[in-house]
Design a protein around this ligand. Sequence first.
Ligand SMILES: Nc1ncnc2c1ncn2[C@@H]1O[C@H](COP(=O)(O)OP(=O)(O)O)[C@@H](O)[C@H]1O
Ligand SMILES: [Mg+2]
Length: 411
Amino acid sequence: MRKGGINWVDGEDFFGREVELKALEDRMHEGIHTLLTAQRRMGKTSLVRELQRRLVEKGQLEVVFVDLEAAIDPADAIAEISVRTKPVDTAWKAIVNSMRSISDRIEELSVADLKVKLRARIDAGNWRQRGDAIFTALAEGDRSVVLAIDELPILVNRLLRDEEGCITPGGKQEVDAFLSWLRKAGQSHRGRVTLILSGSVGLQPLLEQAGLIAHANILSPYDLKPWSRETAVSCLEELAGSYGIGLAPEVCRDMCRRLRCCIPHHVQMFFDRMHQHLQRTGRENASLEDVERVYVQDMQGVSGQVDLQHYENRLEPVLGRAGYAIALEILTATAAAGGITAETIDRYRDWFSTQELPRGDGTLSVNDVLHVLLHDGYLEPEDGSYRFVSGLIEEWWDRRYGQGFIPAFDR
Ligand SMILES: Nc1ncnc2c1ncn2[C@@H]1O[C@H](COP(=O)(O)OP(=O)(O)O)[C@@H](O)[C@H]1O
Ligand SMILES: [Mg+2]
C-alpha cells in the first residue's frame, strides 16, 4: 500500500471501507440514486472511484465519473458529462455521431478538444435537450450505468450566489432549472442510469437555504463516516509494513487518540509526517515521544496548515459572508473553551441579532450556521453542549484564533 497524497486513491492504495462498498454496490444494483455526504477529505471520491473500479472489474454495470468542480453553468456541466461518457459505447457513439457535422475526424480529437467543440454548441437554450439525449443514450446500452457526479454542490453554490456570497433570485432560478432537469432525468431512467452524487460541501444545507430542498428528494442520503479507531490503526500498521518502519500498537493507538476523529486523510497525513520524521532522524521505530513531537510540530505546523486551511476556506462560499462571520466566532469560542454550551449560543443569537452584518440574504441566523457546522462535521453535540468532532482541527483552530479570545458579546 502506498501513501495517499491529496488526490483520491483506489485499488491497492485503498484501505478498508468494505461495509460502505457493499452497501453502495447494492444500491447501484437496485438503482437507488444516492447522495454521498461527508466533510472534506473523508474519502468520498476515493470510495466512488473504488466502487466503480470494482463494478467494472465484475463486468455487471457500466460506469461514468464526472467532476463538476470547475463547471460554471448548466451548459458547462452538460458538456463535461458528455465527454465523460466515453467508457459507455452507446452514449459515446451517439455523441460522436451528433458531432459529425462539425468535424469528420471526430474520433481523433482529444477529450479536451472535444469538450471545447461540444461546449460551443450547448447554450442556455438547449442544454436540457442535450442533457436528455445523453441520459437516453446512456440508458440504451446492454448494462445499466452508474453515473457519478462529484462536486455537484460546488456548481450549485456557484450558481446560487453573487460575488459577495449572497443568494440571488436569478441564481435560485438557475439551480432550480438544473436540479429539476437532473431529477426528472434520474426519475425517467431509473434502473438504467443510477446517480451517485457527492461533494465536500453539503448539498442539503445549500438547498435548504435556497428553499429548494424538494430537489433532493429522489436522492437517498448516504453519510460517509470517519474510520473507526480500529480501522485507522490497521491502516497505520499496513502503511508501516509497506514502508519498513515500526509503529507499535500503542503508538498507532496514540496517534488515533490525538486525532479523535479518524478522517482518512488525516490518518494518512499523520503517517506521512511520522515517516518523514523517522527518516530525518535515521530511525526505524517510533516512540510515544515521536507521536507527540510529530503531532505538535508537523501536523499543526506549517506543512499541516495548508491542509487544515481548507476547513476554514470552504465555509465562506457555503455560508456567505454574514454566515461566515458567525461561524468564525462560534468555532473560535468552541475551540478556545473546548466546547460551547447552549447558553453561550443563546447569547450569540441575541448579540448577532443586534449587529449589522455584511449584506446577507437574510436567511442566515446563528441557528442556520450551527446547522451547517453540525451537518458538515465541524461540531457535534456532547452532553448538552457542542464540541469539535476532530481533535486535530480543534487544536489547530485554537492555535490560530483562540489565543486571548474574548467572546464578541463581552468585547
Ligand atoms: N479508503 C481509503 N484508503 C486510504 N486512504 C484514503 C481512503 N480514503 C481517503 N483516503 C485518504 O484521504 C485523501 C482524500 O481522499 P478523497 O477521496 O479525495 O476525499 P474526499 O473526496 O472526501 O475529499 C486521499 O488522498 C487519501 O490519502
Ligand atoms: Mg472529493
